[in-house]
Design a protein around this ligand. Structure first.
Ligand code: 3HC
Length: 480
């Protein structure tokens, strides 16, 4: 089926981005908003985004005019009667969407496909609100829509296979890779991404590390394009909270319980970029390092190479040091209590250029500062955290990897689709299975066991498949 004319209902950040994607691919777009004011905001999104592309030399002024010229903006839904496809991108309120799908079903020509960009509501319920359930799909884009190269095409039990393949072909024409999945809360990407973002908010609330430390650890230490709090601000805290709620409703797993901190920020109207402030305020200065220590001497447990680097930077190893750096197994406090001066011991986890520095309940403020300064001098980015399983990075990343294994085990998506989805949907350098294999399956399995032992969260228990592969001595996942 040819999709020559496409309607987009709702021109917020996502809807406007989606309209731009279609117009860039040469398709005529009918953009619909509720009233003139919302329409003007939608036009503003389109003009800014394409204007920015011209400033960066990605589009010529003429191409920009052509793109904008393909978009007709209207407040009348009746204008959608000629559309071959309508993509809905209105706020995530089921009753609004049900009403809209009923209306689109009446307005649109019988052959038209109706799609929803929902991230948290069941596509099946929207399909059932129409008399053309076999022509209703999810078409889920990622923020920013013009940039992220993935779409999730969501089929319900009644979607016609030809509709799924037509939408898959259309996605390719838009320059997007499509993965086709069933109608489960969160689909692939949000099911893996949002619990990790929510978990970051939980660690913040538990005081395991601060906002900037968590973001730095993830961005620099794991190489992801954004730290979790920066990304939450991009997605919108209200959207994140809604998705978590939908995941929890489906799974009843504590791993999916929305963080109370998210709820509080949403309640305060701090929704992220769209409201001007979320975890970050607009023109916030990066945190400045506080007091400097005058550390001179150190000892290192468990890493001769770290000792060499510190000595080369001019610090002295000593039997009675200002700070003892413990690299290795934890709980760190068990190593601290073996020392004459337990307050001087700090746990260290290197994820260069990040170094996580774990203070125990006994660590003195002076030793924590000394550890931070030593690491800064040798060119690392210190992230202070508590002595908790996985510190920050492994605590956030390992459960996400485990979730991916469980998803694959459940038969919902293939390893390749999951890896592709996370690379193209979130800009990750590697998919979760690629990451698991490069970190080492045994290391991740053991890290998950430690997390489970500490937090007793059932979702942290290693997925049976991961456990079995390690027991069998395998280092990669079986791929067909
Ligand atoms: N609109 C249009 N284009 C944009 C844009 C926007 N809002 N933001 C950035 N871009 C473009 C830039 O113009 C630039 O294009 P160019 O390379 O052709 O010049 C390119 O993106 C890179 O932008 P920048 O250099 O300004 O910034 P970064 O290198 O920091 O990249 C980013 C920005 C692409 C957003 C990157 O940080 C990233 O990939 N972040 C992860 C985003 C992510 O995870 N999205 C998915 C969220 S989940 C979701 O959306 C699902 C929903 O249901 C919740």
């Amino acid at each position: 089926m040819a999709f020559d004319r496409v309607g987009v209902v709702g021109l917020g950040t996502m809807g406007a981005g989606i309209a731009e994607v279609f117009a860039r691919a040469g398709i005529r777009v009918i953009g619909v908003e509720a009233d003139a004011e919302a329409l003007a905001r939608g036009r503003g999104h389109l003009e800014r985004s394409t204007g920015r592309a011209v400033d960066r030399g990605k589009l010529t002024a003429v191409e920009r005019e052509e793109i904008l010229g393909r978009v007709t903006l209207t407040t009348s839904r009746g204008d959608l009667r000629e559309a071959d496809l309508v993509v809905e991108a209105i706020p995530e309120v089921l009753e609004y969407k049900l009403a809209l799908f009923g209306e689109l079903d009446r307005i649109c020509k019988p052959s038209a496909v109706l799609a929803t960009n929902t991230s948290s509501l069941p596509v099946t319920a929207l399909a059932a609100a129409t008399g053309r359930a076999s022509q209703v799909v999810g078409l889920h884009f990622f923020n920013p829509a013009p940039v992220m190269r993935l779409v999730e095409v969501v089929g319900t039990v009644v979607t016609a296979p030809t509709v799924l393949s037509d939408i898959g072909d259309l996605s390719a024409n838009l320059g997007k890779r499509a993965i086709v999945v069933g109608d489960r809360a969160g689909f692939v990407v949000n099911r893996l991404l949002l619990p990790y973002l929510n978990h970051a908010a939980q660690l913040l609330e538990l005081g395991v590390a601060d906002r900037d430390g968590v973001d730095a650890a993830v961005k620099l230490g794991a190489g992801l394009p954004m730290g979790p709090f920066t990304l939450l601000d991009l997605i919108g805290l209200d959207t994140a909270y809604e998705i978590m709620g939908a995941l929890f409703d489906e799974t009843r797993s504590l791993r999916h319980a929305p963080s109370p901190l998210l709820r509080e920020l949403v309640g305060a109207g701090l929704l992220g970029r769209k409201s001007g402030r979320g975890f970050y305020a607009p023109a916030e200065e990066p945190a400045k390092p506080g007091d400097k220590s005058d550390v001179a001497t150190f000892a290192v447990q468990g890493s001769p190479s770290l000792a060499v680097r510190l000595a080369e930077a001019g610090f002295k190893e000593s039997d009675d040091p200002d700070v003892v750096l413990h690299v290795g197994d934890r709980p760190v406090v068990e190593h601290a209590v073996r020392l004459a001066r337990p307050e001087r011991l700090v746990g260290v986890h290197l994820a260069e250029p990040v170094v996580e520095l774990a203070s125990t309940v006994l660590t003195s403020a002076e030793a924590a500062l000394a550890a931070r300064d030593l690491m800064t001098v040798i060119g690392l980015t210190p992230v202070a955290c508590k002595d908790r399983a996985g510190f920050v990075l492994d605590a956030l990343i390992f459960p996400y990897l485990n979730d991916a294994v469980r998803m694959y085990e459940s038969g919902y998506a293939s390893i390749d689709d999951i890896d592709t989805a996370m690379r193209l949907g979130c800009g990750y350098p590697h998919g979760p299975f690629e990451t698991l294999e490069s970190l080492g399956l045994a290391r991740v399995r053991d890290g998950l066991r430690a997390l489970y032992a500490e937090y007793r969260e059932p979702a942290f228990a290693p997925a049976p498949l991961l456990d079995q592969l390690v027991t069998a001595g395998l280092t990669t996942f079986p791929r067909p």
